[in-house]
Write a protein that binds this ligand. Structure first.
Ligand SMILES: [Zn+2]
Length: 272
């Protein structure tokens, strides 16, 4: 028999169905910045380390300006290989389109740590839910939040397997969503058997946890939740049947982890 004053349990199942069925739109933050080749990323990291610049997302001067971020005075650009088309002047003007492409090193790139948007590598996690504290949750779950040290500006966060650390891109427009996503990876996917699962399984699980936790606690706005749904549906569509319903085994793992994360951040200080 149900007691009357029992607080309403969050409808995790309903939220998961919503995540899979309601339309979503992926945040432009995932693709707003230039994508670099593996070689250029390695070159950028090397130059940042050599010059004592903190390894951080990379962008052109103009791309940073578009994000409302300014390169700090006196900073020199990072040089990467860039394609340049050489036109053959001996040919007729009509043939000009087909030039020869060569690669040259151009110092047109800047690390986020060379701008006023670096914020010491920390994502803005202020303004959280009054009854859920991100720091307490991290503490209880044994997960450490570190500075973001990845040159890919389109990457919103990452979890490092082996040392229980996570990092959030300081430019991330939805830092809480990513915080919970990376926490979920650390809780659910640290064992080898999980690390060898297809990325779609890991991403649907982690992002579903993020969606449920953020929707339950009000940690994310409509834009963030919409982006979350698009992300989940994008990965779920690569598995037959997962678009309509996540298998019960995985749904249970998602609900349990969401519950653990919510509980870990709750304030128990005034309870005796
Ligand atoms: Zn992930």
């Amino acid at each position: 028999m149900k007691t009357v004053n029992q607080p309403a349990k969050p409808h995790y199942g309903q939220l998961l169905n919503q995540a899979l069925s309601e339309p979503g739109k992926l945040s432009t933050a995932y693709s707003a910045m230039h994508k670099f080749s593996v070689l250029n990323r390695a070159l950028a990291v090397q130059q940042m380390i050599e010059r004592g610049i903190e390894v951080s997302p990379l962008g052109s001067y103009g791309a940073w300006r578009k994000q409302g971020i300014n390169v700090l005075k006196g900073h020199k650009g990072i040089a990467l290989w860039m394609p340049v088309t050489i036109k053959d002047k001996t040919k007729e003007a009509e043939d000009d389109e087909t030039g020869k492409i060569i690669f040259v090193m151009k110092p047109h790139w800047f690390a986020l740590s060379q701008t006023d948007g670096w914020n010491n590598g920390e994502a803005n996690l202020s303004g959280f839910h009054p009854e859920w504290d991100a720091e307490r949750a991290l503490d209880v779950l044994g997960v450490e939040l570190k500075k973001f040290h990845d040159v890919n500006a389109n990457k919103m966060g990452y979890a490092t397997i082996g040392d229980n650390t996570i990092a959030i891109n300081p430019m991330n427009p939805h830092p809480f969503k990513t915080l919970v996503h990376e926490m979920a990876h650390q809780i659910m996917h640290i064992e080898t058997e999980w690390r060898n699962q297809p990325p779609a399984v890991l991403e649907v699980e982690a992002e579903s946890v993020a969606f449920i936790v953020c929707a339950t606690l009000g940690l994310a706005d409509d834009d963030a939740l919409s982006s979350s749904r698009a992300y989940i549906q994008g990965w779920a569509s690569s598995f037959p049947g997962w678009q309509e319903k996540v298998p019960v085994f995985h749904a249970k793992r998602i609900f349990n982890t969401a519950n653990r994360i919510i509980k870990a951040g709750e304030d128990f200080t005034d309870e005796s």
